[in-house]
Design a protein around this ligand. Structure first.
Ligand SMILES: *Cc1c(COP(=O)(O)O)cnc(C)c1O
Length: 433
């Protein structure tokens, strides 16, 4: 593949330097552009819907820190809250009133999280929820779905979506067979497969963990009845249902996918948006389950910097803004316009794509069959995606550099931003032919 030069000379130089310090030049694999080729842009700053690279080029951003920035970059109230929090001291390793306030805001939106624990990443949240489910049920097995990503803890690194899909790795080296031996993998949206797994392993499965709207194989929506079916199957067997709402929480609705679809899990994982752009995760659920966590119960989990006042301040400032339903109404409207415009632009260029949208996230799959699972998502034409990615970047629009990631629209994206994006997309679809 050859690509137009879409990163400038300063990006090139800094990234070359970075490669000397970090594996592949990055601190998280997808940033390396391996799925699209070419050299990564290096970002200097961001404001609202835009980032500026080190060459001074402004880019309209749909990465949004992988969904964390629902309010956009450097939102005024988040920045002000961070300033104040920094002056008071960034970490005490003791309880503060601020974390209680953030928990109150979370529980008001997600009532199923009666009790919760704050951690430093989504990975920790999912890892801890799995440990807790195993401790609570006294069972070892877990069910996950191919293409769903729940962070990089050992038991969850089986057919784990985007980062791994991007590299075509079925799993990861360094994960002992024993760590995933209890992980049973079903195709997304396939209730019959889940039923068959439960029938083969009765009363030995601790939990089913699922992204209630999948966003790590590109956006794949739950089929009608899928989440309800999981709820029923888990309840009948005495297994827990865990919703990994690290992306969907506070994005697809203030109450997450569980509010949007009316299905209540036993445990929920949050991350990304609740940290307002700082490292954060949370897991929580029914009090009788959460009471198993130390110091009340025998399931151990701890964190030196967990719930620190800095990240919590960013979270509070973000979640306070999200109490206003107008934020979600506007996100829905803008993203619908974007999705419809993209489908229209593709049709005009006779480009065969499926645009899948859920609330303020979407994926343009380079396949004309609507993906309902990972197998179908993987049928997308990755070469054409890569060409589209570079055609958009060349026009000042920064998309996530993988077919298997979601585009994230923020509250800072304006009508004009969407119009600019669609103009770029019309030209890009024509350019790639
Ligand atoms: C991002 C993500 C994670 C992992 O969160 P990190 O903060 O990157 O560790 C887990 N689950 C889902 C659904 C995610 O999108």
């Amino acid at each position: 593949m050859t690509h137009p030069v879409t990163s400038g000379p300063r990006s090139e130089a800094i990234f070359a330097d970075s490669e000397g310090y970090f594996p592949g030049g990055v601190n998280s694999p997808v940033r390396a552009f391996r799925a699209v080729g070419g050299r990564p842009v290096v970002i200097r700053q961001g404001r609202g819907s835009r980032v500026t690279d080190v060459d001074g080029r402004e880019l309209l951003d749909y990465i949004g820190s992988w969904g964390a920035l629902l309010l956009g970059h450097a939102a005024d109230d988040v920045v002000a809250a961070l300033r104040e929090a920094t002056i008071r001291g960034t970490s005490f390793g003791m309880t503060t009133p601020y974390e209680v306030e953030l928990a109150r805001l979370i529980r008001a939106a997600v009532p199923s999280m009666a009790v919760m624990r704050f951690v430093n990443s989504g990975t920790e949240a999912a890892m801890s929820a799995i440990r807790l489910a195993r401790g609570f049920t006294g069972r070892d097995k877990i069910v996950k779905f191919a293409g769903c990503y729940h962070g990089h803890a050992d038991p969850l690194l089986a057919e784990a979506g985007s980062g791994l899909a991007t590299f075509g790795l079925p799993s990861s080296a360094g994960v002992p067979g024993a760590a995933v031996a209890g992980t049973l993998v079903a195709p997304y949206n396939d209730l019959a497969a889940v039923q068959a797994i439960f029938a083969a392993h009765p009363e030995t499965i601790a939990a089913v963990i699922v992204e209630p709207v999948a966003a790590n194989m590109g956006v794949v929506r739950p089929a009608q009845g899928f989440l309800e079916g999981l709820r029923e199957i888990a309840t009948r067997d005495g297994a827990l249902l865990i919703f990994d709402e690290i992306i969907t929480g506070f994005r697809v609705a203030r109450g997450g996918a569980q509010a949007r679809y009316g299905v209540t899990p036993d445990l929920t994982c949050l991350g990304k948006i609740i940290g307002g752009g700082l490292p954060m995760g949370a897991y929580g659920g029914r009090r009788d389950i959460m009471d198993m966590v130390a110091p009340l119960g025998p399931v151990y989990q701890a964190g030196t910097l967990a719930g620190n006042p800095l990240v919590v301040a960013a979270g509070i400032a973000t979640l306070r803004r999200l109490v206003d339903p107008a934020v979600y109404a506007s996100l829905e409207r803008e993203t619908a316009r974007l999705a419809e415009g993209l489908a229209d632009a593709a049709a005009r260029a006779a480009a065969r794509v499926s645009v899948v949208r859920e609330a303020s996230m979407l994926t343009v799959f380079f396949t004309d069959t609507l993906p309902l699972d990972y197998g179908a998502a993987r049928a997308a034409d990755l070469t054409r995606f890569a060409r589209f990615f570079h055609a958009m970047l060349g026009r000042g629009v920064l998309l996530p550099p993988s077919q298997f990631e979601a585009w994230f629209v923020s509250a800072a994206h304006t009508d004009a931003d969407i119009a600019d994006t669609l103009k770029a997309a019309r030209a890009a679809f024509l350019e790639i032919g």
